[in-house]
Design a protein around this ligand. Structure first.
Ligand code: CS2
Length: 461
């Protein structure tokens, strides 16, 4: 990208304070209230966007310190812009770009460990939120903590040190807010954090359990990876200013949060979030319908030569499969909350997937399948199995995923990629299907296929 004039606090003056185009609060007047791990495009288009709206509506002291766990890329994009970035909502009827001011700075944890811990231990901080993707939680197949993976470089280490410092300083605990697509994500984070502390700092465990809270959340907004062409379009929308941290998204967004915080929180409910007593029905519906359908579109769509979600959903062979996955296989496994209309949700999802302006690549969704499939598909399969019902579409999905793990769609981007490659080098499809979904298989803790199902998964693709 050229080094033309760039979005920053100085160039912001080009935009009159108009809520539609930019935030209107005075950033320097606000303290940091949130430390966020995993400051990728999704966080910027979702939680940071809600928090920005809350401050715009008069809420105070909820600036965000972003933390990257590994790469310096986002820090390099955002820090020269003092954390400013734009969110562009795209649909068939057009695009709207708005500048968000809620992020103060981005720290790169491996190089700025002390600054990360100090941010967690600051008096003004009340929330540590996370979008570190499924693999960031370092879980074994049975959902417990993998102590080796969690050892040195995981999020747990920073959280544990930050919490210890708070306790030692006599400060209040934090709310740890998991915003990743895991089932019962708050309860999982609480359990994994407790397992980590048992090993590394057992004396902190009681304090953690008494003083901190891990509410569950359902987060929803489709955010494709930003491309060079997107950045050029944003430069035009920003009257010639370049935004190296620009994010693209759909107009839709939803955030359902369990209202169980350890301390203060932003008034997110004033800007569209839903604070509820029980997130489970929303979270389960989102994982099994939206994310479940997404993964099926990805693996089946890729095997049929598609590149984008909106192409796959209009494929006359795929569309009815996605409808049946949602309506016949996933929906009957979910007990809706009062007022939650699952049929309408499924219809709306088909429309959202068909948004031609999003350019959402199937290969982006296809990554990390080993981490996603248990809560997106295997829980649905297990629930149906318990009442003796078969799931032909999910079986077709598993067959397509099996094909994907062989490298048929290009390099396999997955923490289990090495294991897949090793096994594929001396196994046929039937052996692979059994190694993954048979009684002794990799995913047996979530769901086990019977002989007939194994044959279907092995035969297709
Ligand atoms: C997608 C999700 O990449 C994926 O696996 O299924 O990121 C999805 O776009 C979001 O969860 C939508 O809220």
């Amino acid at each position: 990208m050229s080094d033309g004039l760039r979005l920053s606090v100085d160039t912001l003056a080009l935009f009159p304070p108009d809520e539609a185009a930019r935030f209107t609060y005075v950033r320097d007047a606000h303290a940091v209230g949130i430390v966020h791990f995993g400051i990728g495009a999704f966080h910027r288009a979702h939680q940071a966007w809600y928090t920005d709206a809350a401050m715009n509506a008069g809420d105070a002291n909820w600036m965000i310190t972003g933390v990257s766990l590994r790469s310096a890329e986002v820090a390099e994009q955002m820090n020269p812009q003092q954390g400013l970035y734009s969110v562009t909502e795209r649909s068939a009827s057009g695009a709207a770009t708005r500048i968000v001011g809620a992020v103060r700075e981005v720290l790169v944890a491996p190089y700025e460990t002390e600054a990360v811990i100090a941010a967690l231990a600051a008096r003004s901080t009340h929330i540590a939120s996370l979008t570190i993707t499924e693999k960031g939680y370092c879980r074994k197949a049975d959902g417990t903590l993998d102590p080796e993976l969690a050892g040195e470089v995981s999020v747990y280490r920073y959280l544990a040190e930050g919490l210890r410092r708070r306790r030692d300083a006599g400060l209040a605990g934090l709310t740890l807010l998991c915003c990743d697509n895991l089932a019962q994500n708050g309860a999982q984070l609480a359990q994994l954090m407790a397992e980590y502390l048992e090993r590394h700092d057992p004396a902190l465990l009681d304090w953690f359990e008494a003083e901190c809270a891990c509410p569950s959340t359902m987060v929803d907004r489709i955010v494709p990876a930003t491309t060079a062409a997107d950045r050029l379009a944003v430069t035009e929308a920003l009257d010639g200013l370049a935004d190296h941290a620009a994010v693209m998204t759909e107009p839709f967004s939803q955030w359902v949060i369990e209202d169980r915080f350890a301390g203060p929180r932003p008034r997110w409910e004033a800007v569209g979030a839903e604070l509820v007593a029980d997130v489970a029905p929303y979270e389960t519906a989102k994982l099994r319908l939206l994310n479940g359908a997404h993964s099926a579109l990805a693996y089946i769509g890729l095997t049929r030569g598609h590149i984008y979600v909106h192409e796959a959903i209009t494929d006359a062979m795929i569309r009815p499969l996605i409808a049946s996955l949602m309506r016949e296989e996933a929906m009957p496994t979910i007990v809706a909350a009062p007022g939650q209309d699952l049929g309408r949700y499924a219809d709306d999802l088909i429309e959202r997937f068909a948004n031609p302006a999003l350019q959402h690549r199937l290969i982006q969704i296809a990554m990390d399948g080993s981490q996603k499939i248990p809560q997106r598909w295997l829980e649905t399969l297990a629930a149906n199995q318990a009442i003796g019902r078969k799931c032909p579409t999910l079986q077709a999905g598993l067959a397509a995923w099996l094909t994907h793990t062989s490298g048929a769609n290009g390099p396999v981007d997955d923490p289990m990629a090495d294991m897949f490659a090793r096994r594929w080098s001396n196994s046929d499809r039937a052996e692979m299907a059994a190694a993954l979904f048979g009684p002794q298989g990799q995913f047996a803790a979530s769901w086990t296929a019977d002989e007939a199902e194994l044959a279907v998964i092995a035969a297709k693709g």
